[in-house]
Design a protein around this ligand. Structure first.
Ligand code: SAH
Length: 254
């Protein structure tokens, strides 16, 4: 049903097809009902990404079907397992072109979303998109996660910390957990190595004030690899030594 998908602005009927396919699959897979406005916003995100990606390297995923499944449906999968509520503070660590944070904010516009990335050109794209889509609850933050975790305004300030394709779990735990408030959660979107990575990060998670809540498994249409959501609870304050200086978590994982 996703075959022949394309969303260029020059082919309005194909745009309709993109939105219809996204609406159908989000409902079928996750029970998520997307309004026409939400679908239009996601469509524009996909469109702008395709256009900007010709000049700026934002994503390796360019095939429209893949964009729909691997960017939008994959991002939305988080909401199938972790309830989003109005007023919730979300941060997407290493957001790249806005995934998974932006589709989740579009789904639940009452959330306050911080899109964090170390690469300025990705944030320029996201600033443009936030203006274009007139999103009022979204801001971008140009910083390394290691720096953000030591900023008083960001540290332990978020209800839900998200990350996809940024680092292996022992490193990612040091990026994510300091940003979560005690009582909040982290969701790391992982591929088939999730459980192995989780084993390797057991010590780090404990030191940083986290506890494994559970691992959810999902299968996306046409994607051979099983995806996993590693869900951590923030149960105690992170000692102030963490996160360490930029680059150290990756060089010397906890
Ligand atoms: N989450 C997006 C992008 C993944 S690519 C997606 O799944 O599509 C990884 C992104 O993480 C890049 O944009 C990179 O700039 C960013 N990144 C890597 N290390 C980081 C760090 N320490 N702090 C902040 N951003 C980081």
């Amino acid at each position: 049903m996703l075959r022949g998908l394309c969303y260029t602005a020059r082919h309005p009927w194909r745009m309709v097809f993109f939105m219809q396919a996204l609406a159908d699959e989000a409902a079928r897979l996750f029970g998520i009902r997307l309004s026409p406005q939400q679908l239009t916003q996601m469509q524009r995100h996909a469109d702008e990404l395709a256009q900007w990606n010709r000049r700026v390297n934002l994503t390796a995923i360019t095939d429209p079907q893949e964009v729909l499944v691997r960017h939008f449906l994959d991002s939305l999968s988080v909401a199938a397992f972790v309830p989003l509520r109005k007023g919730m503070r979300l941060v997407d660590v290493g957001t790249g072109a806005g995934f998974p944070g932006l589709p989740l904010h579009i789904l639940c516009p009452g959330t306050h979303l911080t899109l964090l990335d170390a690469t300025a050109k990705k944030l320029r794209f996201l600033d443009h998109l936030v203006d274009l889509l007139e999103l009022t609850g979204v801001r971008t933050l140009h910083a390394r996660a290691e720096q953000a975790g030591q900023m008083p305004a960001e540290r332990e300030a978020h209800d839900l910390v998200l990350a996809r394709s940024v680092a292996r779990m022992p490193v990612l735990a040091e990026f994510m957990l300091p940003l979560a408030r005690v009582g909040g959660q982290c969701v790391a979107m992982k591929g088939s190595s999730a459980r192995q990575e989780l084993k390797e990060s057991a010590r780090a998670i404990g030191l940083l004030g986290g506890r494994v809540n559970r691992v959810e498994t999902l299968q996306l249409p046409g994607v051979a690899q099983t995806h996993h959501l590693v869900i951590l609870d923030k149960v105690a304050a992170t000692p102030c030594a963490w996160p360490r200086q930029p680059g150290i978590p990756a060089r010397q994982p906890l």
